[in-house]
Design a protein around this ligand. Structure first.
Ligand SMILES: Cc1cc2nc3c(=O)[nH]c(=O)nc-3n(C[C@H](O)[C@H](O)[C@H](O)COP(=O)(O)OP(=O)(O)OC[C@H]3O[C@@H](n4cnc5c(N)ncnc54)[C@H](O)[C@@H]3O)c2cc1C
Length: 650
């Protein structure tokens, strides 16, 4: 596994060069910054009917696409702008729009661009997709063939006149998931079909097909819109059928000939899926940034009264600090990891299997961290965390889809781990083999190889039983080590890296006790020390992520909450309105311990009339409750006094 070969050394060097380039690009202003603050993105769509929400997501997707204005060159070279699109925090505002954007540019336009340089007749449709004049889709998987898409059953039969006939032979061959149901915008798709010429199966090839004009399906094409997935931002996912649809010869992208290597030809034609693996995996960076920002802002704003009657923000509790600061640290480390991995992935000198391995590792690690954090941070925001409007729950549900689409995390892990364990190739070695995470990775390899030594082969039931369940953990271990190396090389602050390492230890604490001599208490102490070191810089770290324009969650500020509440359906007459922060205006937010950065700024300024009405409210309450209570107290004392006097006198 620890490879010292020239190809890997080249890869690593190239990776660092590319990293610098990518990093510079990512630091340039995001093209969507103003768009994110526009009404198109700031409006709360959660209460709208599903159809309207879907149309809104298309509008948003179009606006994102136009803000980036990617060219065929961007798609073919995988330019920094392409990666910037896939690390843009605007995805956290509407994951459905994000899904549509990556299908449009990476999958559909990217596949067209692969063939367009030698096919001038494709220029127009490619331009339409790039300008988002049409919706661009990618119909690969079928109900019966997802991870084994190479066995798909849709057919494209060459007819004597040179046309192709596209056909769905049975229900199992329906294309599953691509959003092909009409929503007002014409739709064109790359459709993968088993190509039959003179009765011979020449393998799965891509065809460009116009599916509908925005309202009416093309003859012979049926789209059945699926009900919503549940929880995620709505997409018009569909089942798509072709009933003996005639396609002109030019619809075929590539040659109708029998390829020398059918498997290699298939993977070449779906190579945008491999790009998609690392592209949508990269979304882990903005996901961690936005979710940690939202949870931090809420935890600073939300106060509770403690045992000493002091009002404190919930951020003062260790149980908020640990997950929030961990997510901030993970975001910084994942940012460095993503830049390093992209550098390696785009370097054509690196063996293709290694590049695809890097894509898989990145996706597995990014999604693992981001998903765990979406859930934990959502929980730490109480009831507010459950509401889609506050972004965390929607991001989590959207990312469940991301974990499956364009490379299912488990399937990626099984394939990669098996190939690495069999030493078919290797990935870049640890920069610091003595680091805890590198030792963990090496230890897992050693343990699994030892288990395999007694097995007949990797297709045996023993391998299935003992190794398969470990594959995801192994790939995560490799990724954690790579992320650590990338963060150290990129100069991420030591305390942040320490906190990241502590979060990785928590995923396999027993290994570190058994093999690295790090006792459980020591592991917790490492985390605690890192949290203490990072916390004083929280505001600085939040500002550095620069994601505030991409936050629409009302729970993050009084101002946003007030505006959100003002737009809710109300029952009851005038006078029901309350100050959203102080209830009846008397809440005391003044007591706050030193653990509470910038809390003062989170309090809305109180006007003179507010203060006057607050004092008036106190006087009113005194007459309403204080005065009778005092009277009762005095009469009790008097009765007790009389009783005592009576006993003494008697
Ligand atoms: C949000 C979303 C958007 C999508 N968009 C598109 C799109 O635009 N175009 C398109 O063509 N497709 C799309 N898909 C489909 C996607 O590509 C497939 O869902 C994916 O390839 C997995 O296939 P499957 O769902 O059929 O899983 P299955 O093949 O049914 O696999 C289910 C599970 O079985 C297990 N499994 C399967 N094979 C193996 C194996 N060899 N070894 C061990 N375990 C195994 C794994 O646990 C796996 O998770 C989308 C999916 C999602 C979730």
């Amino acid at each position: 596994m620890l490879d010292d070969s020239p190809i890997i050394k080249t890869a690593t060097r190239a990776g660092h060069l590319q990293t610098d380039r990518a990093r510079r690009m990512i630091r340039t202003p995001r093209p969507t910054r103003e768009l994110a603050q526009s009404p198109l993105f700031q409006q709360h769509a959660e209460g709208l009917p599903v159809d309207e929400r879907i149309r809104l997501s298309y509008q948003r997707a179009k606006a994102i696409g136009r803000a980036y204005a990617l060219t065929p060159h961007d798609l073919i070279t995988l330019s920094p702008k392409f990666w910037q699109l896939h690390t843009d925090p605007i995805w956290s505002m509407d994951g459905a729009a994000g899904t549509l954007v990556t299908l449009q540019y990476n999958c559909c336009a990217g596949t067209l661009a692969m063939f367009a340089s030698e096919r001038s007749d494709l220029a127009e449709v490619l331009q339409d997709v790039l300008e988002f004049k049409v919706s661009g889709q990618f119909c690969l998987t079928e109900v019966g063939h997802g991870l084994d898409a190479i066995h798909l059953e849709t057919t494209a039969t060459l007819l004597p006149n040179g046309d192709f006939e596209l056909h769905t032979p049975h229900e199992r061959a329906a294309k599953y998931m691509p959003p092909t149901a009409p929503v007002g915008m014409p739709c064109v798709a790359i459709v993968f079909a088993r190509t039959v010429v003179d009765g011979e199966d020449r393998g799965v090839k891509p065809f460009v097909v116009r599916l509908h004009d925005g309202t009416t399906m093309a003859p012979g094409i049926v789209s059945k819109v699926l009900p919503q997935r549940g929880g995620s931002r709505p997409v018009n996912h569909s089942l798509t059928y072709f009933h003996r649809v005639r396609l002109p010869r030019g619809a075929l992208l590539g040659s109708p000939d029998m390829p020398a290597d059918a498997r290699a030809a298939f993977f070449h034609s779906i190579s945008r899926v491999a790009v998609g693996t690392i592209a949508i995996g990269s979304l882990g960076v903005p996901a961690l940034q936005v979710s940690s920002f939202i949870a931090a802002r809420y935890s600073l704003r939300r106060t509770v009264v403690d045992a000493e009657n002091r009002r404190r923000p919930v951020m003062a509790f260790r149980t908020q600090k640990i997950p929030i600061l961990t997510a901030v640290a993970q975001a910084a480390v994942m940012d460095a990891f993503q830049a390093w991995a992209v550098g390696l992935f785009v370097d054509q000198r690196v063996e293709v299997r290694v590049r695809y391995a890097i894509a898989a590792i990145l996706k597995v690690v990014m999604i693992q961290h981001a998903q765990a954090m979406h859930l934990t941070l959502g929980d730490r925001c109480g009831a507010q965390g459950l509401f889609e409007v506050n972004q965390l729950a929607g991001m989590h549900a959207d990312m469940r889809g991301t974990a499956i689409a364009e490379g299912d995390l488990l399937a990626l892990s099984i394939r990669l781990a098996t190939e690495l364990l069999l030493q078919r190739y290797s990935v870049p070695a640890a920069a610091d083999p003595a680091s805890l995470l590198a030792r963990h990775e090496a230890g897992m390899f050693a343990e699994l190889r030892e288990m395999m030594s007694g097995m007949p082969h990797h297709r045996s039931s023993e391998f299935d039983r003992a190794v398969l369940p470990e594959c995801a953990d192994l790939v995560q271990a490799i990724g954690h080590r790579m992320a650590y190396d990338a963060a150290v090389a990129a100069g991420v602050e030591t305390d942040m890296v320490d906190l990241y390492v502590a979060s990785c230890l928590k995923l396999d604490p027993a290994w570190y006790v058994e093999n690295a001599g790090v006792a459980r208490r020591k592991q917790k102490a490492m985390e605690s020390a890192a949290v203490d070191a990072v916390f004083p810089r929280l505001e600085e770290l939040l500002a550095r992520m620069d994601v505030e324009p991409y936050v629409s969650a009302p729970m993050v500020s009084d101002d946003k909450w007030g505006r959100y509440v003002a737009g809710l359906t109300a029952f009851g007459g005038p006078g029901a309105e309350m100050d959203p922060v102080n209830g009846d205006g008397t809440g005391d937010h003044s007591a706050c311990d030193s653990d509470c950065p910038k809390l003062a700024e989170l309090r809305p300024p109180r006007s003179i009339s507010d203060r006057v009405s607050s004092v008036a409210g106190s006087v009113q309450r005194w007459f309403a409750f204080g005065w009778p209570m005092l009277a009762v107290g005095v009469s009790l004392v008097y009765t007790a006094f009389k009783y005592r006097r009576g006993r003494i006198d008697g």
